[in-house]
Every structure is written in C-alpha cells, then in structure tokens.
Design a protein around this ligand. Sequence first.
Ligand SMILES: Nc1ncnc2c1ncn2[C@@H]1O[C@H](COP(=O)(O)OP(=O)(O)O)[C@@H](O)[C@H]1O
Ligand SMILES: [Mg+2]
Length: 252
Amino acid sequence: MPPVLEIRGLNKSFDGIVVADGIDLTLEAGRVVGLIGPNGAGKTSLFNLVSGVVQPDSGTILLEGQPLARLKIHERARRGLSRTWQNLRLFPSLTVLDNLLVAPRDYAGESLLRPVLSPRRVRRESEADRARARDILAHTGLAGVSGKSVGELTFGQQKLVGVARALMNDARCLLLDEPMAGVEGQAYQTIQAVVRELAASGVAVCVVEHNVAFIRDLCDEGVFMFAGKVLSRGPVHDLIADPRLTELYFGT
Ligand SMILES: Nc1ncnc2c1ncn2[C@@H]1O[C@H](COP(=O)(O)OP(=O)(O)O)[C@@H](O)[C@H]1O
Ligand SMILES: [Mg+2]
C-alpha cells in the first residue's frame, strides 16, 4: 500500500535558520510514528509545512499520492490532513461544542490572536455536523462539558478539545503536536485510547511528544529529528537507547 503521507526532499529555512534540511518521511495507514527530538529540532515546523501554514523552499509533500503544494490549509484539511497545535489555538470564550463547530478564518502567520479575534462559522452548522461533534465529544469523554466554555476547563481537558476538534475532519493523516504536555489523569488515558483507535481504523498518525513513556507505549516506530534533519527511524526503544541520539536530545 502506498504511504498516506509522503515527504520527499523537503527544505525550509527562515533567515538562515534551517528548519527542514532534506527531509524524507513517510507515514503509513494504521501506524503511529513518534517524532522526537530536542526543542528547536524543527518538529513543529514540519507540521506547519505539511499542513500548509508554512511554504517549503523546495521538496514534495504527497497526501494519498496527491501533491499538496497548491492547496491551502483548509483544502488540505478537507482532504483528510488533520493536526493539533502545540499552543492549543482554541477559542476560550466559546463552548466546547462550538469550538468543534467553528473554524478559524485561517491559521496563517504566527499571530496567536488572529484565530481568537476572527472565528468564523463555516460548513459546520448542519445537523450532521452537530451530530458528529456530539459523537466525538462523547467518544473523547467531553460530553459532560460540551456546554462549558473552554476557558473553564482544566488544561488536560483543553488539550482533549484540541484533539476532538482535529477529529471533525475525516482524518486520513493526523499530526499531534505535544498532545500530552501538561496532561495527566483521565485526559491522558483518553488521548492515548483515541489515538490507538484512530490508528486501528486506518489513520496514519504522527505524534510529537517529549513524554518518553507515552511515545514508547503508543508508537509503532520513532523518528528522531535534529537541526531540521531526520537522523534516524526505527523502534522507539532503539532510538531511546542510542547514546548518540540521547546526547543530542539532552546535550548542550
Ligand atoms: N515562522 C518562523 N520564523 C522564524 N523562525 C522560525 C519560525 N518557525 C520556527 N522557527 C525557528 O525554527 C526552529 C525550529 O522550531 P520548531 O519547528 O518550533 O522546533 P520544535 O518544534 O522541534 O521545538 C527554531 O529555531 C525556531 O525559532
Ligand atoms: Mg514544537
């Protein structure tokens, strides 16, 4: 089977800072890949390049064989590319349910305020969308708080809302950016279970996470990034045990 996501020779730099340096990476249906590496390695930038927030200098990204280069963020989302955000990007004053129904005007640029200032209702006002949102909330253990504003929730619940929102698209490929950071208790178990189920249903998942236990328990494989390069791919256990990678991870 061809990979769900295929990245070939991807390059990107910002004012001399290389964030993607000849990245080749594939994500396969039904598999969970853990993307690990120290802060600044380029993990979030890779998600930004794939989801269309940032344009590459060169290289190719294919989703189910189709090149993404000309597609805008929402067009990529519609084709089944879903992601969460390291810094949440939810609408704190809106209810949990509305956070799933409302889509931001666009996520371009680095402004954190923009999506908060300009939420826009798109395509998701139909009864079918509401039913889907309720279904996802039930599935992610959020049904009981669906009418609460997101700002009232615990941080773990907010992270869960981020994951739930990513599920509103019919995901073929799901990119999770540090879903467990700051999460404990029930939300931790739920996120783990949801990711497992998605993979079991054939979604290709890539998760950035510093929580080694989470990566080890959840991922079929690990990919180690450093300075915009994919240095290694293999069993998570092997990556963690590699002294060269451990030094890059913890060194300096
Ligand atoms: N829009 C941008 N403009 C300039 N530099 C950026 C931008 N986005 C990321 N960077 C830089 O790229 C490097 C990699 O960042 P990032 O992808 O966030 O790393 P990671 O997620 O692995 O911690 C960092 O040095 C960061 O400051
Ligand atoms: Mg990051």
